[in-house]
Design a binder for this molecule. Structure first.
Ligand code: IFM
Length: 453
């Protein structure tokens, strides 16, 4: 990445690309899942999404006008290897070649995520992340990408939010692949981590491009049944610690400390790690990393389990804060708190941090004039940029901030009902309309650049 602070925007392949049956792309678990009845709130799929596959030139122009210095996108594994193994599909690689060249031509650093949840369906049919072989397949895929793009990508992100893929995809079944592995989740944990480690090793063979991983981090706040912190009991506080272990440390300790966190015996199936972890795994997973991606949206309210649940905690709504259209509490200081917690836990082992996702969903209904005045989003982003500045002033080495998202897009199980973009997308016409927050972010970036001289 270039020197100085990176201002960016983020998207992911299945959420924006569309063109799911073009140029030899194979099926992913999200193609399968979204086409099943009752999986997606509005019955939509990512078949077309924002049609970014065809309109990427227009979208990069929007980024250039915004003034961002970096764009974080993800690569659809089934475009590169339609079945998740074997030779690269040249037409799939060519799309990312074109995208990367377009970005560089506009002075924007390409930040490429290798996996943002769209596993090739054939790999899922062979066990998906429950199978150790998927980690080896991922390393081969990384090797293909390294050979094709390492000369131009400025930062690699191996996995996006493995903890969300675990919880939503493999425990609660609300995301693809729709599983409920409450009794035996640790193969999905360890094989994702191993995939990260092996892929990082493969990418290193293609040159010095920095490598990181992005997780979803959230301060675990003990709250009582009324959602208030001051009514939390000792049992709620203990449950919050267990939750923090799952959400924040499970996928980070092995990478930055070379070991799994203490306290995993609170979770069913943790004993399986004894056989899952083979010689050399932790060394591969814990190899030095160049960057940590922090995706932050809100703190999580946690209480002691109050009903029959396979998990050792209850998730509770945090009360006392405004909420986004998603119902998530707006707590900018939670981002500062999380960044400081990471620095305190990992000390010198914490690599430079990039806030790789920060954003919010609001209704964003266009006015009669067509304009979209998303003042709440501006307030949200302003608060979170402020939190980053405070964390940096407090000594956390934060090198970038990426808004989720450039465009309104396919929000997984919520379909198109939740809009996160700085740019409004009319999904019937594909017309893009920058919102007021786009102009606000453009001005912020310009002012920051001017200030830095
Ligand atoms: O849209 C998602 C993204 O894919 C991963 N992080 C959270 C975002 C908002 O839910």
């Amino acid at each position: 990445m270039r020197d100085g602070f990176s201002w960016g925007v983020s998207t992911s392949a299945y959420q924006v690309e569309g063109a799911v049956r073009e140029d030899g792309r194979g099926l992913s678990i999200w193609d399968t899942f979204a086409h099943e009845p009752d999986r997606i709130a509005d019955g939509s799929t990512g078949d077309v999404a924002c049609d970014h596959y065809h309109r990427y030139g227009q979208d990069v122009a929007l980024m250039a006008d915004l003034g961002v210095s970096a764009y974080r996108f993800s690569i659809a594994w089934p475009r590169i290897q339609p079945t998740g193994a074997g030779a690269a599909n040249p037409a799939g690689v060519a799309f990312y070649d074109r995208l990367v060249d377009e970005l560089l031509g506009r002075g924007i650093d390409p930040v490429a995520t290798l996996f943002h949840w769209d596993l090739p369906q054939d790999l899922q049919d062979a066990g998906g992340w429950t199978a150790r072989d998927t980690a080896y397949r991922f390393a081969d895929y990384a090797d293909v990408l390294g050979a094709a793009l390492a000369d131009r990508v400025r930062l690699w992100i191996t996995l996006n939010e493995p903890v969300v893929h675990l919880i939503f995809g493999h425990l609660w079944g609300m995301h693809a692949p729709g599983l409920h592995l409450f009794e035996d989740p640790f193969p999905v944990v360890h094989h994702q981590l191993l995939a990260h480690g092996l892929a990082a090793g493969a990418l290193r063979g293609h040159g010095p491009t920095p490598i990181g991983i992005a997780n979803n981090y959230s301060p675990a706040w003990p709250v009582g049944p009324d959602g208030r912190r001051d009514s939390a009991t000792a049992a709620d506080r203990a449950a919050a610690q267990v939750y923090a272990t799952l959400q924040n440390w499970l996928f980070t300790d092995p990478i930055l400390r070379g070991e799994y966190p203490a306290g995993l015996d609170a979770f069913p199936g943790a004993a399986a790690l004894e056989t899952l972890v083979r010689d050399g795994d932790l060394a591969a997973i814990g190899a030095p990393l160049d960057a940590l991606g922090v995706n932050y949206y809100n703190p999580t309210g946690v209480g002691a389990p109050s009903h029959d649940t396979p998990l050792p905690f209850d998730i509770r709504l945090v009360e006392g804060y405004p909420r986004t259209y998603f119902g998530w509490p707006v707590v900018p200081d939670g981002l500062r708190e999380m960044l400081v917690s990471l620095r305190e836990r990992y000390g010198a082992a914490l690599p430079p941090v990039y806030v790789t996702e920060s954003g919010c969903a609001y209704a964003d209904v266009p006015a009669a004039t067509g304009s979209i005045v998303d003042s709440e989003r501006i307030g949200y982003l302003d608060g979170h940029v402020g939190a980053v500045r405070q964390a940096a002033a407090g000594g956390v080495d934060v090198r970038g901030y990426f808004v989720w998202s450039l465009l309104d897009n396919f929000e997984w199980g919520e379909g198109f009902t939740k809009r996160f973009g700085l740019v409004h997308v009319d999904f019937a016409t594909q017309v893009r309309t920058p919102k007021a927050s786009y102009a606000w972010y453009r001005d912020l970036i310009a002012a920051d650049r001017a200030g830095r001289g």
